[in-house]
Design a protein around this ligand. Sequence first.
Ligand code: MLT
Ligand code: MN
Ligand code: ZN
Length: 309
Amino acid sequence: MLLQVLGTAAGGGLPQWNCACPGCAGARAHPERRRRHAALAVHAGEDRWYLVNATPDIGDQIEAVPALRPGALGDTRRTPVAGVVLTDAELDHTLGLARLREARDGVEVLATAPVRDAVREGLRLDTLLEPYTRVRWRELPQGRAVPLDGGPGIHGDGSGIHVGAVPISDKRPRYAAGTGPDTGTWSVALRLTEPATGRTVLYAPSLAVWSDAFDEAARTADCVIVDGTFWDEDEPVRAGFTARTATAMGHLPIAGPTGTAHRLARLPGRVLYTHLNNTNPLGAPDAEQYKVLAERGLEVAADGMVIEL
Ligand code: MLT
Ligand code: MN
Ligand code: ZN
């Protein structure tokens, strides 16, 4: 299985356009600290890739990876970007869909029902894109996996990747507050498996609770790429942008008794944190917090990282 890390920042990115906090100022002074909004590209078959989440940085994220650029096979308008999978309907994971309006053959989007309905009815992105291109929705199932690539005749070489959702929480985006059913599928982790090799990756940029289902999925994954939004529970309150704790914002912190580090340290597979908020001390590569992670065998994902399993 082949993955490209396209971005590793939480909403706002690093730096955030209207912020001069130490993390954002540090990223302006040291460009190598810049992080685009969290996203992945998953190799689904020959010259076909699926993006996991469509961020406001999507154009630059595609351009940054040669394998995602158009023009292969002598067709100047053919893109290797075959579709998008959404983990939730948050703006930092969906606004990029609008940037795909030039898509010649439409845009395939895999999402759970509440996420699809929020993007359709809350953001009205289908209606917005209708005069330009067609959004083709496909259900992202929970408890089972479907071939990631819905295209015809491309699984014969055994390179196919399967995808399924592990429910995380009913945390709705603020624009969708009070809408839709409570099904646990407003925010999900993706379980990506490659039947030919048995390899499994779990991607959870938002982790509101450590459920039994998530625990099982994490223990059986070769690689877990997980919510590293906040270092500790009180970080958002200390930073002064909200009165809510990390957990109340739908993101278990990394450190402390409610944190994920001690649980993740016990997993057999590789673990990488992503979706770092600009207040997270891990934004500075010399932060002492890196030692705490290293002692537990935990990593922090970087933009541009290639993960091959
Ligand atoms: C989140 O990750 O919790 C959301 O992106 C927050 C937001 O943008 O409101
Ligand atoms: Mn986010
Ligand atoms: Zn900032």
